[in-house]
Design a protein around this ligand. Structure first.
Ligand code: UDX
Ligand code: UDX
Length: 453
């Protein structure tokens, strides 16, 4: 009983507003450690699907966790934000913060939700903590507080906290259950104490900071990771010119603990719903604050030109792309997800089709989302990775899925018209490709050719 009491001491009622990649996984993991969680979304179809036990996204491990926590009565879904505000001590905001055309962050969803929370709050509910999980420019938390103070009906007992999320799609559950650190930013000790209770079961180090620093940590962290990727991609081009091997260079520099090997994989560049928009957002806010981060403009420039550089290398081999059959493996922005937002694979498919190539594409999880993203683009999406390469003159690997690395290359060779691989993610074993009869081109390494060429 004493143990039970200790375990239950931290249990809280939590609301998560926005049931996307971030909100759904975060809410589910909070429920998994014992909290009572209600996930709110204004998209009725999505909520109905979740209530019917259908998954709106693909994320490893998530489906089982949702179903066990729903069965245990710890996880619920609703469109009723007011009800969630009435019953929950802490309200997390996890709605999108997409970029405007000028790179500034569109905060209209955050503003609208703050407004809805203000409308729903009542003094009799007692103390409430509003937590921003979405990635936002520094000072957004202060504005959320102002909106709530302005639009609520009476004097309320409310604090605003920034608690940025660092999960990666494709490994979101593991990242949430075993975070490197949890960042909590608030100027209120009372809110800090409650937030520490929420995270108590995760036994992760907690970084306690002020509101502005927490907001900045998220933009600075994502931009730094994007910078590492762009750095190694720029180095990969020097490798190509000099005969060096970028994988060996990354290994050699990554063994220095001050640098680390993580996020030094050269490839086609970064995509996804976070890095492109967060780098843009950080550039924009730094400019607004009068401390411009020009360094990040070069990070973006390298990322944009990395794709073009790769397409040019394909052209060097094939000369004219018009009417060439090109198979692309990968549509998702990275492995283990069905997410195609800002996917470099989608961009390369569009680019090759623009050149007049006859493109087929395959992805283990992103066929459906990919078909929507590629609407109007003359690409044939296949449901089998080997069918995709039948009759192809080139195979392009655009996403780092494990099953591409483990492909039966002899079978691929038999199905293709010409034996050419362009590996944009350096996942295929080059020597194996050559043994199977391919000429093998990758990023930042010498091209390999069969002995008879
Ligand atoms: C998140 C974050 O919120 C974003 O700031 C971060 O940088 C990246 O990840 P994500 O979970 O990927 O976004 O977004 P998405 O999958 O689009 O889900 C957002 C959900 O919020 C959707 O289900 C949408 O229906 C819902 N939503 C949106 C609301 O419930 N209310 C709104 O006002 C707007
Ligand atoms: C990222 C951050 O890692 C995470 O902490 C934050 O919460 C959200 O943004 P995510 O976008 O889900 O996560 O995936 P991530 O694994 O970071 O990959 C982003 C992009 O970078 C992908 O397109 C991936 O292919 C690319 N990438 C990653 C590289 O090109 N090289 C690398 O070494 C690592």
């Amino acid at each position: 009983m004493a143990i039970m009491g200790a375990l239950e001491a931290f249990v809280m009622n939590l609301a998560i507003i926005g049931t996307g990649y971030v909100g759904l996984t975060t809410g589910t993991c909070f429920a998994e450690v014992g909290h009572n969680v209600v996930c709110v979304d204004n998209n009725r179809d999505k909520v109905q699907a979740l209530l019917d036990g259908k998954m709106p996204i693909y994320e490893p491990e998530l489906e089982d966790l949702i179903s066990s926590n729903v069965s245990a009565g710890r996880l619920a879904f609703t469109t009723d934000l007011a009800e969630a505000v009435a019953t929950c001590d802490i309200i997390f905001i996890a709605v999108p913060t997409p970029p405007h055309d000028d790179g500034s962050v569109d905060l209209s969803y955050i503003e609208a939700v703050s407004h809805d929370i203000a409308d729903a709050l009542r003094p009799e509910y007692g103390y409430r903590v509003i937590v921003d999980k979405s990635t936002v420019p520094v000072s957004t938390g202060r504005k959320v507080y102002e909106v709530i103070a302005r639009y609520s009906r009476a004097d309320l007992d409310v604090d605003v906290v920034s608690n940025p999320e660092f999960l990666r799609e494709g490994s979101a559950v593991q990242d949430l259950m075993h975070p490197d650190r949890v960042v909590i930013g608030t100027n209120s000790q009372r809110a800090m104490d409650l937030m520490k209770r929420v995270y108590q079961p995760f036994s992760a180090p907690i970084v306690e900071v002020d509101l502005a620093s927490a907001e900045l940590i998220k933009h600075a962290a994502n931009s730094f990771l994007a910078l590492k990727i762009s750095y190694i991609n720029a180095v990969s081009r020097v490798c190509e010119k000099s005969g060096a091997d970028v994988e060996l260079v990354a290994k050699g520099i990554g063994m220095d603990k001050r640098i680390s090997r993580h996020f030094l994989n050269a490839g086609l560049g970064y995509g996804g719903s976070c890095f492109p928009k967060d780098v843009k957002g950080f550039i924009n806010i730094s400019r607004q604050l009068g401390a411009p981060l020009h360094l990040l403009e070069e990070v973006e420039n390298i990322n944009a030109t990395q794709l073009e550089h790769f397409v040019n290398r394909i052209k060097e081999q094939l000369w004219v792309l018009r009417n060439k059959r090109i198979a692309v493996w990968g549509i998702a922005f990275k492995q283990n997800t069905d997410d195609v937002r800002e996917s470099v694979a989608v961009k390369i498919i569009r680019r090759l089709a623009e050149e007049g190539a006859l493109v087929t594409a395959y992805d283990p999880k992103a066929a459906e989302t990919g078909a929507k993203a590629l609407e109007g683009c003359p690409v044939e999406i296949c449901d089998d990775m080997y069918e995709c390469v039948r009759g192809a003159e080139v195979l392009v690997v655009a996403t780092e899925w494990k099953q591409f690395a483990n492909a039966n290359l002899v079978r691929v060779r038999e199905l293709m018209k010409l034996p050419i691989i362009f590996d944009g993610r350096n996942v295929i074993h080059g020597e194996n490709a050559v043994h199977a009869g391919f000429e093998y081109h990758s990023v930042g390494r010498k091209s390999l050719y069969p002995a008879n060429k």
